[in-house]
Structure formats: structure tokens, C-alpha cells
Design a protein around this ligand. Sequence first.
Ligand SMILES: O=C(O)C(=O)C[C@H](O)[C@H](O)COP(=O)(O)O
Length: 212
Amino acid sequence: MTQYPVASLIAPHAKLIPVLHVEDPDRAEPLLEALVSAGIKILEVTLRSACGPEVIKRMRALGTDAIVGAGTITKPDQLASVIDAGAEFGVSPALTPALAEGARLSGLPFLPGVCTPSEALFAREFGFFEQKFFPADLMGGLGWIKHVDPLFPDLKFCPTGGISDDNSSQYLALRNIFAVGGAFLAPRELIEAADWQTIHKRGKMSVAAAAR
Ligand SMILES: O=C(O)C(=O)C[C@H](O)[C@H](O)COP(=O)(O)O
């Protein structure tokens, strides 16, 4: 069965994926620099804002070794614009047959959102062995991940929703987790305030907390 790997894009030292909401494209460059210099090597620019593709394009143009993906993909017709912008992977909060088919045809490494065992199997049937578990905190957190591990040993998850420095290392200690994601790594308010120093400082603290 075909796989659309995201985990293989992620170096072993880069297991934190900031989920970014950016409303002003001019924030793209300093935001990327603040995160990369803190040790963050992969990030997800969401399509919650209309300028998401532009932010991705500007981040890619900087030529850092950070891996830049697109998040909040909910419709197949959004795939072309993020691929054009240079997104290296895509993430959805949930999955439909049309989105699964679109993602598969696009060839973009893709992380579909799931939150039940049935959804995990549905995504697997489309060839997605790496999945976003969202919203992790509301749907069972660590317990859910531990329950599904023996049932679906071929699946790996990136929990998102309610992840923080207080629990990231507990999630990352589990065999079937390849990364965790979250807005905590660069909250929207700090991006809007252009507070790059705080984003950088917190990023470094988060990298250290995840390695505990
Ligand atoms: O935007 C998307 O595509 C989503 O699926 C939702 C985000 O991943 C979560 O909202 C992040 O959760 P927090 O870190 O708890 O804020």
C-alpha cells in the first residue's frame, strides 16, 4: 500500500511542530527565524488565514533547512495552492473521502486528522499510516494513544490539541508517536505582537521540555 510519509521528513531531533496562525505575511520571515534559531526544524502554517500560502512561500524563499508545511487543509481544492506555494507537507484536522483522494493524488506528504479508531482505519485504507490525532486532549490524550497501539501497530500519530511543555515529553515517549503539534510553540498573540524574542525564548524552553 502506498504511504505518504511525513515522519520520514522529520529528523529525530525535530519532534515539535508549531501550528501557526499568521494574519500578516510580513510576519513570515522573522517568525521563521525566531523558531529555527530556537531549534524548531519543522512547522505548519495554517490556512486559517487567507494569506497562509503567501506565508509558506515567503518562508520557503528564506532557504533555511526548516521543513514548511500547510495546515488546516479541509478541502481538496486547497491542495494545489499550497503545493504551488512550496509546502513540503499538508495537514488536515479531519478527513473525508474527497480530501483523502485529493491528497493521495497530489503526492504531497499528508497527515490526515483522526480522533476515533474508525477514523484511523478509514485513513489507513487510503494509505495514510501517519496521522494527526486531533483534538488529542478532548478525545482521550495519552490513554487513547496507548489503547490503539496494540490494535494498529503500523500506525503512528502526531497528537495535537492541548499539547504543552507540561505533557509533550510524555507523549513523545510513546512508541507510536513521531511528533507533537501545537499553537503553544508560537501563540497567535505573540505573532501578532511581533514578539520574536519571546517566541524564540519559549521555543528553546519547549525544545528542552520535550527532551526531558
Ligand atoms: O488548525 C488546524 O488545522 C487544527 O487542526 C487545529 C490545531 O492543530 C489545534 O487547534 C492546535 O491546538 P492547540 O495547540 O491546543 O491550540
